[in-house]
Design a binder for this molecule. Structure first.
Ligand code: FAD
Length: 454
């Protein structure tokens, strides 16, 4: 029997959940299909466990009592895995049912325009929908590295759900989650090495990258920048640790290798039957969509699987935008003011364009920067870092902002709003910022820019 809905959403991570919840809130009928855990990466193997562990590590680093057993138990509580091996997603399912969303447990495959077949533990189910939202997420990439498969490796799944700390760990790649987990491990006394082919979190502002590298080193992490792993010699080191050979001839020895070298949606996309709805998928890491997040007629794709940026807040935004477009709202996705953050202690955060990126887009841009250490906030909180803003000289508006320092992930939102609303610098300069805060340091830069632009 065919079940009919207004929307069928494939994948119940944050992006699919946002699409389903928003569609339901607008009165649509919705089926939400998930083959693993309803709730997806953020809830179980990403944001929530990593931020919980970071909190414990921070308390500990500042002299508090937070043994690993307590941190691990608290993380298990957050991912609903207390006293069991695998998380329990029944809370998510309960919430959908209360909202009137129909959860379908199984693996979805597109079977034609508006048609989805779900392979379940029992009979396959046939669903039909006016609109389909693809939200199949991403997985960590596995590099082609001789010896890696034999040595074995952790991905974010093992890296966030570990109950026993390893003696030592080598993290390949220094994006946000690798950087965050490196701080966790090191602060719980694991001998930790980070190997990054460029800087630490290389897409961040260079001052923020430098702050992250300095922070990790202060925590005892062996940070190898501009270093590329070339080969793994399984169990060839002291104490049968794996030896990772780097391009510069140096080596890293570690009991565990964790991968953090980028994300891909290819495994999920290639088995989705995209050709059945007329999508010519080329096998790449991510699915292409237009500015309304449309991948084909009545088919939208959102979240990690379109690879705009890998973040919960962006996936959530895209999930809602796709539904709005499908329901006929005259709207398109606007990515100009997407915040990014690394939740280490101290944090880094950014929004909009770096100076070089602004110039590449033909914007007559310049940068104002302030050293946080010599600001009132820096002095009283004994913190280092920076606040930098990128200004469009001609239009006298903010196009980028970057912070390294305490509560950066919160403070960045003033800039998020300023960029989104294209608030004139003169107005930002007239805004009163509380003393002493990181945001007030940004306010000082607005005032400086306002003077320079007169
Ligand atoms: C360690 C780590 C820490 C992170 N921390 C943060 C953070 O602090 N803040 C932040 O903003 N972002 C963070 N992220 C990123 C964030 O977790 C992801 O961007 C977000 O979870 C992606 O959501 P999604 O819904 O697009 O994909 P997912 O959550 O991956 O969901 C996709 C779902 O689709 C299902 N699926 C796939 N194919 C099918 C199919 N054929 N049929 C049925 N189901 C299918 C999968 O099982 C999966 O559950 C972190 C990521 C990691 C790895």
């Amino acid at each position: 029997m065919t079940e009919r809905f207004d929307f069928v959403v494939i994948g119940a991570g944050v992006s699919g959940e946002a699409a389903a919840s928003y569609a339901r809130a607008r009165g649509a009928t919705v089926a939400l299909i998930e083959r693993d855990l309803f709730g997806g990466t953020c809830a179980f193997w990403g944001c929530m466990p990593s931020k919980t562990l970071l909190h414990a590590a921070e308390v500990r680093a500042h002299g508090g009592e937070y043994p690993w057993e307590r941190a691990s138990a608290r993380r298990d509580y957050m991912i609903v895995r207390e006293g069991r091996d695998y998380p329990d997603d029944s809370g998510h399912v309960r919430d959908y049912k209360v909202a009137g969303i129909v959860p379908v447990r199984g693996t979805a495959k597109l079977a034609g325009p508006g048609k989805v077949v779900v392979r379940t533990d029992g009979q396959p189910r046939e669903l039909e929908a006016k609109d389909i939202v693809i939200a199949v997420g991403s997985l960590g990439k596995v590099p082609k590295l001789e010896g890696l498969a034999e040595a074995g490796f952790w991905t974010n799944k093992e890296g966030t759900s570990l109950r026993e700390l390893p003696k030592s760990i080598a993290i390949l790649g220094a994006g946000p989650s690798g950087t965050e987990l490196a701080q966790v491990y090191a602060r719980f006394d694991v001998r930790t090495t980070v190997v990054s082919p460029r800087l630490v979190n290389p897409t961040d502002h260079p001052r923020s990258s430098a702050l992250l590298a300095k922070t990790l080193r202060a925590d005892g992490v062996d940070v190898r920048e501009n270093a590329r792993a070339e080969r793994v010699r399984p169990r060839a080191g002291r104490g049968a640790e794996h030896v990772v050979e780097l391009a510069d001839g140096s080596t890293v020895e570690a009991a565990v290798i964790e991968l953090n070298v980028g994300r891909t949606a290819a495994p999920a996309l290639s088995s989705l039957g995209l050709d059945a709805v007329g999508i010519a998928y080329d096998g790449g890491d991510f699915l292409e969509v237009d500015e309304t997040l449309r991948a084909a007629d009545h088919v939208y794709a959102v979240g990690d699987c379109i690879g705009h940026e890998i973040s919960t807040h962006l996936g959530h935004y895209e999930g809602e935008i796709a539904v709005k477009v499908a329901l006929g709202d005259k709207i398109r996705a606007d990515f100009t003011a997407t915040p990014r953050a690394v939740y280490t202690d101290p944090e880094t955060a950014g929004v909009g364009l770096l100076l070089d990126q602004a110039k590449e887009r033909g914007i007559d841009a310049y940068e104002e920067t302030a050293d946080l250490a010599t600001s009132a906030k820096g002095y009283v909180s004994e913190s280092e870092g920076h606040v930098s803003i990128v200004i469009d000289r001609k239009n006298k508006v903010l196009v980028g902002a970057f912070i390294g320092g305490p509560a950066a992930s919160e403070a960045i939102h003033e800039a998020v709003l300023a960029i989104k609303l294209r608030t004139p610098i003169s107005l930002l300069a007239q805004t009163i910022h509380a003393f002493p805060t990181v945001t007030r340091v940004m306010g000082g830069l607005f005032a400086k820019a306002d003077l320079a632009l007169r």
